[in-house]
Ligand binder design. Structure first.
Ligand code: 5GP
Length: 189
């Protein structure tokens, strides 16, 4: 099979390879260097948004070299299957004080932006020194809530993706590459 066009299945849906493992790694290496240059000696606290960002967070942190830093995790929820429910809930909270800290929030993907927008407002209440955002993927055509994202891996079209931590109803997080949903044509449905 031509690996470039590799097709994978998650539950009932088929997905086509969109971003290779190598391409993702190359981009993260660049982002890591940028973060390391900006946060050297600032001991930033990464806040990784579970579940989707766990793979990206692990690679991004290590791409920052031996810079002093810490990591904490939060779990938010707004998605059910393929569509956002529009309601953002914090399921697992911060286990560390962020007052006076330099914060880098790590997200897997910004779609409408609602999840991060609400989370940023929540974080702001705890008086951090600064907050910046790192998102592996951004869907510019879907964004409804606008805020600066300092570190963007890739801008992608407004299509559902899985892999590299992102799931479809729990499946596909283990795929090393990122795959895009193959949408069925109307004649198939
Ligand atoms: P937003 O609040 O920006 O609309 O949605 C952000 C969250 O929705 C992400 O953290 C992610 O969990 C989920 N999400 C948005 N788009 C996709 C997608 O294409 N694939 C997957 N697997 N999750 C997505």
């Amino acid at each position: 099979m031509d690996v470039k066009n590799k097709i994978v299945k998650a539950h009932d849906l088929s997905f086509q390879k969109y971003l290779s493992e190598e391409k993702i790694a190359e981009r993260i290496a660049v982002l890591g260097k940028e973060i390391a240059a900006q946060y050297e000696n600032k001991n930033p606290l990464f806040i990784a948004v579970l579940n989707g960002a766990f793979v990206f967070a692990a690679d991004l942190m290590r791409a920052c070299g031996d810079m002093a830093c810490e990591v904490s995790f939060v779990k938010l929820s707004s998605y059910d299957g393929l569509a956002s429910s529009g309601k953002v809930e914090t399921i697992l909270g911060l286990d560390t004080s962020i007052e006076g800290r330099e914060i880098i929030v790590i997200e897997d993907i910004v779609d409408t932006g609602k999840t991060l927008f609400q989370f940023l407002q929540h974080l702001g209440k705890f008086n951090p020194a600064s907050i910046s955002l790192a998102s592996l993927l951004v869907k510019p055509d879907a964004i409804q809530y606008h805020f600066p994202i300092a570190y963007v891996g890739f801008n992608i079209p407004n299509k559902f993706v899985v892999g590299y931590g992102l799931d479809y109803n729990g499946a596909g997080r283990n795929f090393a590459a990122i795959y895009q949903l193959i949408e069925s044509t109307s004649s198939e449905s």
